[in-house]
Design a protein. Sequence first.
Length: 353
Amino acid sequence: MNNGISLSQIQSGIPGSRIVGTESPETIFIESIQSLSGSGDSFMSFVASKAYVKDAKITLAKVLLVNEELAGSFPDKILLIVPIAELGLSLALRILHPEPEAISSISPTAQIHPTAKLGKNVQVGHFVCIGAGTEIGDKSILEDGVKIAENVRLGEGARIGRNSVIYSDCRIGKRFRTYGNATIGAEGFGFVFANGIHNKIPQIGKVIIGDDVEVGSNSCIDRGALNDTVIGDGSKFDNQVQIAHNCQVGKNVIVAGQSGLAGSVKLGDNVLIGGACCVSDHIEMEEGTILAGGSALRNSPKKKDVYVGWDLGLNFVDFQKYRVNIKNIVVLNKWIKRIKDLEKKLGIDLPDP
């Protein structure tokens, strides 16, 4: 009895793909997907660039997933040829490792307010709490320890990670995904210093999230102060990301780990923010702008570009020039010291310019 999934089944789940090197893909079974250095005789690997062709030629993989450009490099291999290697890999992994589907079940330890409404096939884990007036969409999974407050609207197909918290009045679209300990809709960080103390400014806005948004572990999206915090369709936030009150985030925005947006930041569609970046309040970034990892912004970039650095407001090209100039200054200072040492040895005593 064969284990795994047949190559023909995998191919049928990847649009635009085709198989070469065998006339019987239904008899070839794949048990796993591994890197090129993997072991075993029933695994598939992938090649995404020319840099890995040499390793791919000696891999033990039964099948290689490649794009059309690289297919000719492997005349002796069984190939699953796909339009985009990375996307093909993603689809193949989903076929071999499908995510669990929601089953209609409610843990006896869950606490659900009588006025809350659960859709069809909603799965509620241990010690979950759901507040009054909240609505949970069909086929959603609420993992153990999830807390959802009052009047939340959660779209169908959501999966809320363990111990995540969604505060009151949040509006969240379809297929929303969080991992452990994410917090959505907590109060924004708003205070006014008066009479010798920091006085709390009530945060009365909402968090509104579109479809297909993903939020990593220990990440936070704060509710708005007066206006709502809004997250566009398809945006993805890594672990330990902070989105402050009143931020307006466009569609398909990526924010990598340990990065933070201060209040009222506006990001256009398809903005990319690398890891450990700091974006000051009221910054605006045009569609498609990229902020490289470890950078900081205190002023809004004037145009779409790749920005790098620490409070410099430089695009990538200008930052490279800046680095060269710093190096030149360091080298120049070394030469100045050598010249002064030579002058001293020769008994030359000239005033500094």
